[in-house]
Design a protein around this ligand. Structure first.
Ligand SMILES: C[S@@+](CC[C@H](N)C(=O)[O-])C[C@H]1O[C@@H](n2cnc3c(N)ncnc32)[C@H](O)[C@@H]1O
Length: 233
């Protein structure tokens, strides 16, 4: 996949053409509900905040940095090599990007480097999720693995859990599995039809999020980290 494919995906997700609008209107609700606990954290925005991989989302209050210069991107750069020579950001969002970079440990070190003392880094990454290239897909993460990466970069874990739970995992895999059997032209129809039938099951995750065993099959994990006010000795 290259930036043309990402541009085409973004055109469907956010485009204004009548085709994009009809496709969005027919699209079933997402096969997941987001765990509201993820946002119960006191991590205020500062003067400068950084959003990694926001594509065309135009996130409010953040400098939007992405590998590709899509509309809505403020700065096209590789998050593994950030073009800032000192700590600048009070809050950094890195949502579903770590699996797409070749060296996630080095990237987290880089994010920690540009975070202000006392600032917050929010990581979200898939544990059980189908292959998806943006523009590549290198790996998956456990909460233990995310925590280790953050701590190795000198950050302190503040809060962690599952953004989307085991039912989301089951639903996204059923949809992908069904599409494996279809020719390309039939895949959107199967995705739409099955998606509308199955989506109400997503609410089962409201019963599973807080269970320790959610980690067996969780879909996306989240972790909040804080940079100490004083550097570690
Ligand atoms: C799965 S998407 C993230 C989606 C986004 N968080 C959202 O919810 O809409 C991954 C994004 O990360 C960007 N990306 C991939 N590798 C990157 C890198 N090394 N540096 C910066 N952005 C990168 C891709 O261009 C893509 O926009």
């Amino acid at each position: 996949m290259d930036d043309r494919t990402i541009r085409a995906l973004e055109a469907v997700r956010r485009g204004e053409s009548w085709r994009a609008r009809v496709r969005r209107w027919l699209m079933p609700p997402a096969p997941l509900v987001m765990n509201p606990d993820e946002w119960r954290v006191d991590a205020p925005l500062g003067r400068w905040n950084l959003y990694i991989g926001g594509a065309a989302a135009r996130p409010d209050g953040y400098l939007n940095l992405d590998l590709f210069p899509l509309p809505g991107v403020d700065l096209a750069a590789d998050a593994g090599l950030l073009p800032f020579n000192r700590p600048l950001f009070q809050r950094i969002e890195c949502d579903a990007v770590l699996e797409h970079v070749p060296h996630p440990d080095a990237m987290v070190q880089e994010l920690a480097r540009v975070l202000l003392p006392g600032g917050y880094l929010h990581l979200v990454a898939p544990f059980a999720h189908p292959f998806h290239e943006y523009p590549r897909d290198y790996r998956r993460f456990t909460l233990d693995g995310l925590r280790l990466m953050g701590q190795s970069a000198g950050l302190t874990p503040v809060k962690e859990g599952w953004r989307s739970g085991p039912t989301a995992t089951m639903l996204v895999f059923v949809l992908e599995y069904a599409k494996l059997w279809c020719p390309a032209w039939l895949r959107p129809v199967v995705h739409g039809g099955l998606g509308w039938i199955l989506f109400p099951l997503r609410y089962l995750d409201c019963l599973l999020w807080r269970r320790v065993r959610a980690r067996q099959l969780g879909n996306h994990a989240y972790l909040w980290l804080r940079k100490p006010l004083q550097p570690h000795r």
